[in-house]
Write a protein that binds this ligand. Structure first.
Ligand SMILES: Nc1ncnc2c1ncn2[C@@H]1O[C@H](COP(=O)(O)OP(=O)(O)O)[C@@H](O)[C@H]1O
Ligand SMILES: [Mg+2]
Length: 480
């Protein structure tokens, strides 16, 4: 961020100084008191287990310059005014008195102030039902060669993670990449008001969070808030292959760049083929074309890569430089289509970070591609947040697994699939797989985050060690 005095922070956030002179210098914000160092501004936020206000003194003892708080604390602070609480946002459940909403509103004002003080910064926002984090990582990979780039770790995409990320940008930063998430109408508009994007990418409108939104039309309305926030001089990058996204061209003042495989795309992929699940294609753009070979697994990354390419071409990249950067990008965020070869010849695809019907389809297609000619397993847990559609959505995924030629479907604590072999929990799944996996098999592990299937994936990887007892088990199996 730009360095500010605590008095300026008070002015920008509409708060008042408390036990502070105002001359304290602030150059970073942190929400984790253990991460705060000299020049840090500690955000006193309520949490699941504890209230950040209780850690104010500890944060300052650790070097923090001050605290952004909703009520008096025993440390130098800016006390911020109350703010309206928006339902369904980051802290909602753990914010009984609205202290969190007040601090987050102040954080949003601070982020806006800092970003506006950095006129050379290009803010790039990405949203969609699936692929935001993957595309954010691809954007970071294609933009970094063009200039200093700030992008969030993992999925920092809400009222806390997004402004926190924006405040990592400083006078030298050229590109700020942000992931915009929504659980309802107005969420993306609010995030975009805090950190206004110049370039907005919309990937797809699917059925993630259908339960909260009610309909795909409502999801499209919410995702489109990103392009509505763009200025006339900005750029909207829209996926031409998703009609609900392409239709967002009418909702923006910015120029529109359509990307995808379908007609009308200004930036497209030709001659797409999958090599053991990894896509190769020709990136075609108005300024030339170049060959891309992705390291990421799954045909769905073609669309993500095209969106990232459109942004990089807008910000000064050439087709060749963009193609090279796309080809060197490796999975940057954990548990998303992480492919590991076990020493015993079993391939594990860990996609346990999250799941919805669209990403399930993408993962099953990738499983089929990686597992061509081999025995394939899909070990699937529950998909959450689907509302009344949950039953039909699970049954649809089971049908999709059959169509994709999956040999063995195992469902973990998820009776809604109504097919495959049902096990009660992760331990039972691990037992079944230890007994039955054989060299050459390919196993996909996927579910919504709450199902905890990343633990199963971790167990599977340990099982592949040559000296573990389960490896002996699979050796024994090979002999039979
Ligand atoms: N364009 C896409 N279409 C469908 N599924 C995708 C796409 N991009 C990524 N995925 C899959 O969706 C899941 C979530 O990916 P992620 O990049 O974390 O998205 P998000 O941040 O939107 O949740 C992963 O299983 C990933 O493989
Ligand atoms: Mg994400």
């Amino acid at each position: 961020m730009i360095e500010m005095r605590l008095a300026e922070v008070a002015a920008v956030t509409g708060g008042h100084l408390h036990r502070a002179s105002g001359a304290e210098r602030v150059s970073a914000v942190e929400f984790d008191s253990r991460a705060v160092g000299p020049g840090g501004l500690f955000l006193a936020l309520p949490g699941e287990r504890a209230d950040g206000h209780a850690f104010a003194a500890a944060a300052v003892a650790a070097g923090a310059a001050g605290v952004l708080a909703a009520r008096p604390v025993d440390a130098p602070a800016v006390i911020v005014p109350p703010a309206p609480r928006a339902a369904g946002t980051a802290l909602d459940e753990h914010d009984p008195d609205g202290a969190g909403a007040a601090v987050l509103a102040a954080l949003a004002r601070l982020a806006r102030h800092v970003v506006e003080a950095l006129p050379a910064l290009a803010v790039v926002g990405v949203t969609g039902s699936s692929g935001k984090t993957s595309t954010k990582d691809l954007l970071a990979a294609v933009l970094a060669p063009l200039g200093p780039t700030v992008a969030p770790p993992g999925s920092f995409n809400n009222e806390l993670g997004l402004p926190w990320t924006a405040l990592r940008a400083g006078p030298d930063t050229r590109h700020l990449v942000l992931e915009f998430s929504a659980r309802g109408r107005g969420h993306i508009a609010a995030l975009a008001a805090a950190v206004p994007p110049r370039i907005g990418v919309v990937l797809n409108v699917g059925s993630a969070h259908l339960g909260e939104f009610g309909s795909t039309a409502a999801i499209a309305a919410a995702k489109g808030e990103l392009v509505e926030a763009l200025p006339a001089g900005g750029l909207a990058v829209l996926n031409v292959d998703d009609p609900l996204v392409a239709a967002m061209a009418d909702r923006t003042a910015a120029r529109v760049q359509l990307v995808g495989r379908g007609a009308g795309a200004g930036i497209s992929a030709q001659d797409v083929r999958l090599d053991r699940g990894r896509a190769r294609f020709r990136l075609v753009s108005p300024t030339g074309s170049a060959s891309v070979a992705l390291r990421l697994v799954g045909g769905h990354h073609v669309g993500n890569a095209l969106a990232a390419a459109a942004v990089a071409l807008e910000l000064g990249g050439t087709p060749e430089s963009v193609a090279a950067a796309l080809g060197s990008a490796t999975p940057a965020s954990r548990w998303r289509m992480e492919v590991t070869e076990r020493p015993d010849g079993v391939t594990v695809i860990n996609d346990a970070y999250n799941a919805n019907p669209d990403s399930m389809r993408a993962a099953l297609a990738a499983l089929a591609a990686v597992g061509a000619g081999r025995r394939t397993w899909a070990v699937l847990g529950r998909m959450g947040e689907l509302g009344p559609e949950a039953g039909a959505a699970h049954a649809g995924v089971a049908a999709e697994a059959r169509r994709a030629g999956v040999a063995e479907l195992v469902t973990v604590d998820a009776p809604d699939y109504g097919a495959g072999r049902a096990v009660a929990d992760v331990d039972e799944a691990a037992g079944l797989l230890a007994a039955e996996l054989a060299p050459g098999d390919v196993v996909l592990v996927k579910a919504s985050r709450a199902a905890g299937l990343e633990r199963l994936a971790a167990t599977l990887l340990v099982s592949g060690e040559p000296c573990s007892s389960t490896a002996h088990h699979s050796q024994a199996r090979r002999a039979t």
